[in-house]
Ligand binder design. Structure first.
Ligand SMILES: [Zn+2]
Ligand SMILES: [Zn+2]
Length: 164
């Protein structure tokens, strides 16, 4: 599935440097596991779960635990370096794209897709603002439904069953 992210040494080092820069940018002290986690997030724009990040990195970092990955995500979110999504009832998903945007959770393929915000500009959502007298500090727009790709698959299904 992720065969586009093949690891050439030069590209790997470039990404590692970019990941370290990003941690520093958000005021996070740089450690090897943190760089590995950030590098993974920057290479996989699929809103991975803690489990997916842990499984991907544990062969290279055997000392890494699920708890470390989870605590690192919490810490990165507190520094504003990632956003934690609670759109999926069963999993916490991590978003490395911190530009405010909406999400669609597909009930068929369980993937999370990015969408533009509705009714609030990304700039407005980046700062606190008042709404009906309330102070809004974060905007999370979650949609649930069937994604475009899955609708295409559903439309193809009668053709596939006819072939049997
Ligand atoms: Zn889908
Ligand atoms: Zn996203």
């Amino acid at each position: 599935m992720n065969n586009l992210t093949s690891r050439s040494t030069a590209a790997g080092q470039g990404c590692r440097a970019a990941a370290a820069d990003r941690l520093r940018h958000f005021g996070v002290s740089v450690t090897r596991p943190r760089v590995a986690i950030m590098e993974y997030l920057m290479e996989h724009h699929v809103h991975p779960t803690v489990e997916q990040v842990y499984s991907a990195l544990s062969p290279e970092y055997p000392s890494l635990s699920r708890t470390t990955v989870y605590n690192t995500m919490k810490m990165l979110a507190e520094h504003g370096a990632v956003t934690l999504l609670t759109i999926d009832d069963r999993n916490l998903n991590i978003d490395e794209n911190t530009t405010p945007h909406a999400h669609l959770y597909c009930t068929r393929c369980h993937r999370i897709h990015d969408l533009p915000l509705q009714g609030v500009s990304p700039l407005q959502a980046s700062y606190a603002f008042t709404l009906d007298g309330h102070l809004i500090q974060q905007v999370h727009q979650y949609y649930k439904g069937v994604c475009r790709e899955c609708q295409t698959d559903l439309n193809k299904e009668p053709l596939l069953t006819n072939k049997q």
